[in-house]
Design a protein. Structure first.
Ligand code: NAP
Ligand code: MG
Length: 500
């Protein structure tokens, strides 16, 4: 594990990204991208690699949310997007993808200074973002309703219609990707939207809003209100003219959203936290399993809802797996995202750094053994060492609570039943991984695991054709793939009496 140079020596080099950072960032409402917050207030944008302020964004509140929702509502009412033909929608979505590709370096550099991700990671995510638009572009002409079986004198069919105005609330760990995972299907199905990105990482959402206009998304169909969760997110959830909320974030906030959406009877889909079990049996091919155990937790510096943060290893291969993960971790290069050799960036904020440090200390107090890391890095920015806690047991808080940072809890098990009991023994139910040479066992486990996604002999891939989402405290609703279309459409039955 190497620690790289200070980020203050590094610069954003992309000309468009430089001018974007220097520019004024308003809200994006009704096709205008420079709308100041009614209050006139703004928020600092911090580079987590240095802790320095790099820009300011508008601090939207309920007045701005109201303006954005009204713009979205009137665009929906007059049908300027919803009534456009499937092929017109497809053309626009494909153009968005092309524009993202054309500006990929701008998006990537902004994402890196805003979120701390290594530049290579940001570049991959931007490429994936474009592909997500291409994927959903294909669906615009394939949203079928059913003709119902019924009596001979009646013809009944189901229309799949857009829901209306969607409020989209996203977290800071995959800023552009999370926004697009919601916006692309919302647009595909003909909805209008108001996006509230995380206050820590709003830059790429603002750039995306400009790209959407340029690609031909009509004014008002997608609006972006930056601001805090309390000032801008909560009013969006409460607004009577919003028909649906799609939220990705913490279980705590998701729970509040579900409660407060009840008053206006909104539909809600929630992608929440995870404490994912990554299970390695002694008959597994250990080399790829060990590599996946390491990458499954260190991805995005552990700030991933699907991080394999509980490593369950069958006791007779425990030492070998643990040594392997430590060895794989030694290849990590910790540093600011703009340094091309960095593979492991900072945490998002000082608050997140405190939280993760607190859990690393708690693990020690609870009796876990720190075999690697455990400390913040002695450098500017919010860096924390990759940390491995061995001898963890399933009742410890570090094994139950989502840390959302680079802390791997390693637990031993003896039998398949044990593995299943420990894996299912948390309030979360997002995803899990299973490594075994016995495919029958893999599929048996897959059926019994209480999660929304299982990787067998693999871990952490995010193919956009594959649905993603959780059960239990990890939320409900499935994003990505075709099931996402269910989240953004309503079914209307049309019953015609045709006589006999
Ligand atoms: P968070 O605090 O729940 O915030 C998520 C979003 O909700 C942010 O935009 C936030 O605003 C906003 N928000 C906060 N309070 C709100 C309220 N009362 N009403 C409406 N909106 C509100 O989560 P986070 O700390 O950003 O992200 C980390 C969490 O997200 C983790 O638990 C992680 O597991 C989860 N996550 C889940 C998935 C998944 O697909 N299942 C993916 C990624 C992350 P501000 O932050 O701007 O104030
Ligand atoms: Mg930031």
């Amino acid at each position: 594990m190497t620690t790289l140079a200070d980020a203050s020596a590094l610069q954003v080099t992309d000309g468009r990204a430089v001018s974007f950072l220097a520019g004024h960032h308003g809200l994006s409402i009704d096709g205008r991208h420079d709308v100041p917050a009614v209050s006139g207030e703004s928020l600092a944008v911090i580079d987590p690699g240095t802790g320095a302020e790099i820009a300011r964004i508008a601090a939207g509140d309920e007045q701005d949310v109201d303006k954005a929702v009204r713009a979205a509502r009137s665009s929906f009412a007059d049908g300027r997007w919803r009534r456009s033909s499937p092929f017109e929608k497809q053309r626009v979505l494909l153009r968005i993808a092309d524009l993202i590709d054309e500006r990929s370096e701008t998006f990537a550099q902004l994402e890196t200074v805003d979120s701390g991700k290594p530049l290579a990671t940001s570049r991959r995510e931007v490429a994936t973002a474009a592909e997500r638009f291409r994927y959903y572009a294909g669906w615009t002409s394939k949203i079928y309703g059913d003709v119902n079986p019924g009596s001979a004198d009646t013809l009944t069919y189901a229309l799949r219609e857009p829901i209306g105005v969607c409020g989209l609330i996203t977290p800071w760990n995959y800023p552009l990707l999370m926004a697009i995972t919601k916006l692309a299907p919302a647009l595909t199905c003909g909805n209008s939207s108001v996006l509230k990105p995380a206050e820590q990482t709003s830059l790429t959402a603002l750039l995306l809003a400009e790209v959407l206009s340029e690609a031909g998304v009509p004014d008002g169909v997608v609006n972006v209100v930056t601001g805090t969760g309390v000032a801008a997110g909560a009013p969006l959830v409460e607004h009577p003219e919003v028909d649906k909320i799609a939220f990705t974030g913490s279980t705590e906030v998701g729970r509040q959203i579900q409660v407060s959406a009840a008053d206006t009877m909104k539909r809600v889909s929630l992608e929440l936290g995870g404490k994912n079990a990554h299970v390695i049996f002694d008959d597994a091919d250990l080399e790829p399993a060990i590599a996946a155990a390491a990458s499954g937790i260190w991805m995005n510096s552990g700030q991933a809802c699907a991080a394999g943060s509980r490593l369950l290893v069958q006791r007779d291969v425990l030492d070998e797996v643990l040594a392997g993960v430590v060895e794989a971790t030694s290849a990590i290069r910790i540093g600011p995202g703009l340094d091309p050799s960095s593979t492991f960036g900072p945490l998002i904020s000082a608050a997140q750094l405190e939280r993760v440090e607190g859990y690393a200390m708690l693990g020690q107090e609870e009796g876990a053994r720190t075999v690697l890391g455990g400390h913040r890095c002695n450098r500017p920015g919010y860096f924390f060492e990759p940390t491995i806690l061995a001898d963890t047991t399933d009742t410890m808080r570090v094994a139950q609570e989502e840390i959302f940072g680079p802390v791997l809890c390693v637990l031993a098990f003896d039998t398949e039943d044990d593995a299943l009991r420990i894996a299912n023994g948390t309030r979360y139910g997002l995803s899990a991984g299973v490594w075994s040479g016995d495919l029958a066992r893999g599929h048996r486990m897959a059926r019994e695991l209480q999660v929304g996604k299982v990787w067998l002999n693999s871990y952490g891939t995010a193919d956009m054709t594959v649905s993603f989402g959780g059960v239990k405290d990890s939320g409900h609703g499935r994003e990505m793939g075709r099931y996402s279309l269910d989240l953004y459409t309503e079914i209307k039955s049309v019953v015609t009496h045709i006589g006999s």
